[in-house]
Write a protein that binds this ligand. Structure first.
Ligand code: AMP
Length: 348
């Protein structure tokens, strides 16, 4: 389906980078977003502003596109499903439904015999009291959490009392992994057993927000292979089309665990723009628009630093070396803890 029009739901930095990649491939893009200031409108051919349940805006979007993708997982399932009845949506809405719910996601991964941290569903406080062996743990909302939002460290039951949780919502309690490091695998699946997979990326989080990524990850060969194998199994089982990220924990005994799956391009893969012949964004567009699959080649090692909050003002006035690539997300408002841009440095 070459030269098709790609609809992108969500207009943040990931939507922007998808639009840039599509443009390079001469694919027209239309971004649909509920933020009137969405930065992706600076990079797309067209922009539709509307709420994700606004039926007339959804209808307008459907009429204008040939194929649809999205930049974040928390889009109402009904919206994706409605669009998918008329124009193909990749990844499939049913995949998104599993992954946007932490419990369904972990159940799915465990059914594949892939290790996750131990966890339990929490629906009321009394249940939590019987799960002391999961402490110290992290209590997370089952939906709508990202960058540490909706997460509470729980050392003991008293911590819980002070939280005054709203038990009309559903929570998951996860055993805290004694982390040695975190890695991610970015994989683009085109079709049955047809993949392009990037090498493991090592990630450093601060306050649960990704701060730094680098390749190569400093990991042993077993973890290198195991993480790639698990990511491939997950993508295949989901019959996934497009770019997917699997985030992993490695504990102090070198055990590997899947933390979570992101059914989309991912922040840890930004360095693929400069370090590989084909970026995670271009590969996503190639897969969802049924374009040619090209073998991945790493050009150089690289590291990436996220630029958070008002740090961006320093970078906007900075001069860069030839091996440094600064990306300004052009967000109108600078907010504390908001990802405003990133810097990739090629290690030549
Ligand atoms: P998440 O949104 O679940 O990916 O969590 C964000 C970050 O919080 C992770 O990348 C880890 O750094 C940390 N984290 C989350 N869950 C756990 C856990 N069960 N054990 C240790 N660290 C965790």
């Amino acid at each position: 389906m070459s030269k098709s029009t790609l609809g992108i739901i969500g207009g943040g930095q990931l939507g922007s980078m998808l639009a840039v990649a599509a443009n390079k491939l001469e694919i027209k893009t239309i971004v649909f977003c509920d933020d009137i200031d969405a930065p992706a409108q600076n990079f797309s051919n067209e922009f539709i502003y509307g709420q994700y349940n606004d039926q007339s805006k959804i209808g307008e979007f459907i009429n204008k596109v040939d194929v649809v993708t999205y930049e974040f997982e928390n889009i109402p399932y009904e919206t994706l499903n409605k669009i998918n009845k008329i124009k193909p949506v990749f990844p499939k809405p049913s995949i998104n439904r599993i992954i946007q719910h932490r419990l369904a996601e972990k159940d799915f991964i465990n059914k594949l015999n892939i290790r996750t941290t131990r966890y339990a569903s929490i629906k009321k406080k009394s249940e939590l009291e019987s799960l002391k062996d999961l402490l110290p743990g992290l209590l997370k909302t089952t939906t709508l959490g990202y960058d540490g939002k909706g997460q509470h460290p729980i050392k003991n039951l008293e911590d819980l009392d002070s939280l005054n949780l709203d038990y009309s919502k559903e929570y998951i309690l996860e055993k805290l992994v004694k982390l040695k490091k975190e890695i991610s695998i970015i994989i683009t699946r085109f079709d049955h057993q047809k993949y392009e997979i990037y090498e493991p990326i090592e990630n450093v989080h601060e306050d649960q927000i990704l701060r730094h990524s680098k390749i190569p990850a400093e990991i042993n060969d077993k973890i290198f292979e195991q993480s790639k194998l698990w990511a491939t199994q997950i993508a295949e089982e989901l019959k996934y089309v497009g770019t997917l990220c699997v985030e992993f924990f490695i504990d102090r005994n070198d055990n590997l665990y899947v933390n979570e799956i992101a059914p989309r391009v991912h922040n840890s893969g930004h360095l693929t723009i400069n370090a590989y012949n084909i970026s995670q964004f271009e590969n996503h567009v190639r897969a969802v628009c049924k374009l040619e699959q090209i073998s991945l080649k790493k050009i150089t090692n690289a590291k990436m630093a996220n630029i958070i909050g008002d740090q961006i003002t320093i970078y906007r006035n900075k001069k860069f070396e030839n091996n440094e690539f600064f990306f300004d997300y052009l967000k109108k408002e600078i907010k504390n803890k908001r990802k405003m841009g990133h810097l990739t440095t090629l290690i030549i």
